[in-house]
Design a protein. Sequence first.
Length: 342
Amino acid sequence: MFKKVLRKSVENLLEVTLLIILSRNECPYPPSPVVKEFLNRYIDSINRYEIPSIYEDLISRLAEYNSIGKEYIELLLGSEEFFTILPWFMIRNKYSFMYFNPTFEPAIEDLSVWNINLTSIDLDENFMINTDIVLNKCNENTVVYIVRPNNPTGNLPIDCKSIGEIADHTRLVIIDEAYFEFSKQTCINMVKNYSNIVILRTLSKAFCIAGARLGYVITSPETLRELMRVKRKYSIPVSTILIGLGALNDIKYMESIVYEIVRTRDYVVNELSRVQEVRVYNTLTNFILVGKEEYDSKKLYEKLLENNIVVKPLENRLSKFIRVSIGRREEMEKFINVIKKI
């Protein structure tokens, strides 16, 4: 009996390792070798809850990377931690929350359990935000959430000037820039002129450290103090800080990774554009949208899974499409071949 269970476990493990995971928008490459250097350097201090000097070093590195003062930055245990901190701010002040559909769903799911007043506004036919509609529905007690570039559509749904207009009429505007390193588009300079604009960033994507769960927030010092009042001390593990320091000490490596992912993304889009029954949309991120005639997203997902490829099936307006993270060249070549033949 034990041998049968063991054999089945090994078979399941082999099946998992053979899967091509293109569903999570992760980096398909390992982190910089400098990450290991930083971990090895401080490994004997991992018995402590914190090493104050490295926390400050990481804040300084992020400030330098973003060309902004250290007082504008706070670390997060993944950028999603922000949405576990935000509810107390919303509930305490009786604020409402506005977001745009389709968008990054986990952030909305985190807030929905708190009985916060949520308002959803559909993006237009080009997946853009209609500023007039927003201004008509918001007020000084509204917190607005914008993903830029958007996930899952991969476009820039609004420009920074229009975001400024919205900020003039609302309590807070949160701009999620998780894919900044791919798009090179940011509204970061606005935080110096708008105390109610908050920018979220992550090191999960371009820096290849998703498993470390490291993100950060950029906003005015006064807003930062108010938002982070309930942030737990020692919430960022020492190991995560060290991994972040290693990654930020090798910016050239990150840039080479982004270059390779973008090059592979454009290659895939070009190849699939030649297939008559396939619809493909390029993005400003590390993923693309793909559809195929006579398939909805669920059916296409299942067919790909039969070939050991995992993607993200989309719903509602995008129910004819799957979201496909860009993997390594050889993984994407297999994806292209499977899409063509099914």
